[in-house]
Design a protein around this ligand. Structure first.
Ligand code: NCD
Ligand code: ZN
Length: 346
């Protein structure tokens, strides 16, 4: 007998859609399964002002497949020069759901990010006052800090002091990759939650290097040691309301990944729900998949859950999903979990 599970339609609380040809190619992959997604603003140039977000939202809506009910939840890219009044108006209008903080230079297209948190304190104070959440890419950027330590150092030197200065600011520590991140979120009783990606539940840093370098597993924050992955698995499958799905599905074309200086980003929109069902079943926690993918995120953001559902069926033969998505910009390789997937979205 085939096994079936039906959950409230999931949302993706951290997604890169890009623009133009890439947007048109990757958006259906997310819209097929997800009700909503927090849309990352790290375009070139970034989505900095309310006007930028209005224009980008229109381009996303225009790229949606016909009759799709998918809703993009827009964000603004915080810079040293962000205008608090512009953020306030965009939030009051319902145009944006959150603001995104990239430390300058931390990741793909983050050159215009924040150079010092001190520069953005007036905007953050205003956001705390109006209840606008802050999504944080939590890594320090100093060349003297080892890439595997950047998240832990960020928690101690930036995030913790920020939360003490502004306890009313609602923060999402995005794509956490360490036990330090899990423990820190668990130590907070309010105004702190974290997203976890699909791939960080599945790969550790060995997957990047053992048997040859695997550019399609390179993302930021970079995958860490196995004990960190296990801590992420425990957090995600625990049902704890402070942890929810943000795939960080981040498409780059194959030539841009398979290069002497390859881009960071894993594209997992296509098979994320199949991967998650596999992971949750493996950890005997299929009953917690709905909390992680569909309930905890909206609850934290103060939004209603989706009204419809998504059903997954476990088949006896592996699911046939595409290994790559063709785009006019080039092919984009889909995340390979390294094992066959049996759970299929119907
Ligand atoms: C993201 C991208 O490609 O835009 N890359 C990644 O490795 N996650 C940026 C980000 O979220 O850090
Ligand atoms: Zn991202």
């Amino acid at each position: 007998m085939s096994q079936t599970i039906t959950i409230t339609r999931p949302d993706d609380w951290h997604l890169h859609l890009r623009d133009d040809d890439m947007l048109r190619a990757v958006l259906p992959e997310t819209a097929r399964h997800f009700g909503r997604a927090i849309i990352m603003p790290n375009l070139v140039p970034p989505v900095v002002t309310a006007n930028d977000a209005t224009a980008y939202r229109s381009r996303v809506m225009a790229a949606l497949p016909e009759r799709s009910q998918f809703q993009p939840l827009m964000t603004l890219y915080l810079t040293d020069h962000t205008d608090a009044a512009d953020v306030t108006a965009a939030h009051a209008d319902g145009l944006i759901t959150a603001v995104k903080l990239y430390p300058a230079g931390a990741t793909t297209n983050s050159a215009s990010g924040v150079t010092d948190i001190k520069h953005v304190m007036p905007v953050l104070e205003k956001m705390a006052e109006i209840g606008c959440p802050l999504c944080i890419h939590g890594e320090v950027t100093g060349a003297d800090i080892d890439i595997f330590d950047r998240e832990a150092v960020f928690i101690d030197t930036v995030l913790d002091p920020l939360r003490h200065t502004l306890p009313e600011l609602k923060i999402i520590s995005e794509h956490i990759t360490t036990k330090n991140g899990v423990d820190y979120v668990m130590s907070a009783d309010r105004n702190l939650a974290a997203t976890i990606t699909t791939h960080h539940l599945i790969i550790n840093r060995n997957h990047l290097f053992v048997g040859g370098i695997k550019p399609h597993y390179f993302c930021l924050p970079i995958a860490k040691r196995e004990h960190h992955r296990l801590a992420l698995r425990r957090a995600a499958t625990s049902g704890d309301a402070r942890f929810f799905l943000g795939t960080d599905s981040a498409p780059h074309t194959d030539p841009n990944k398979e290069s002497a200086c390859g881009c960071a980003g894993v594209f997992s929109a296509t098979n994320t729900m199949s991967c998650l069902a596999h992971v949750f079943e493996e950890d005997d926690a299929l009953d917690q998949l709905e909390r992680f993918a569909s309930l905890n995120g909206p609850a934290y953001y103060g939004l209603a859950t989706n009204h419809d559902t998504l059903t997954l069926v476990k088949s006896s033969t592996p699911v046939d999903y595409p290994v790559s998505i063709e785009t006019n910009a080039g092919n984009v390789t889909v995340f390979n979990p390294g094992f066959p997937l049996y759970w299929r979205v119907v």
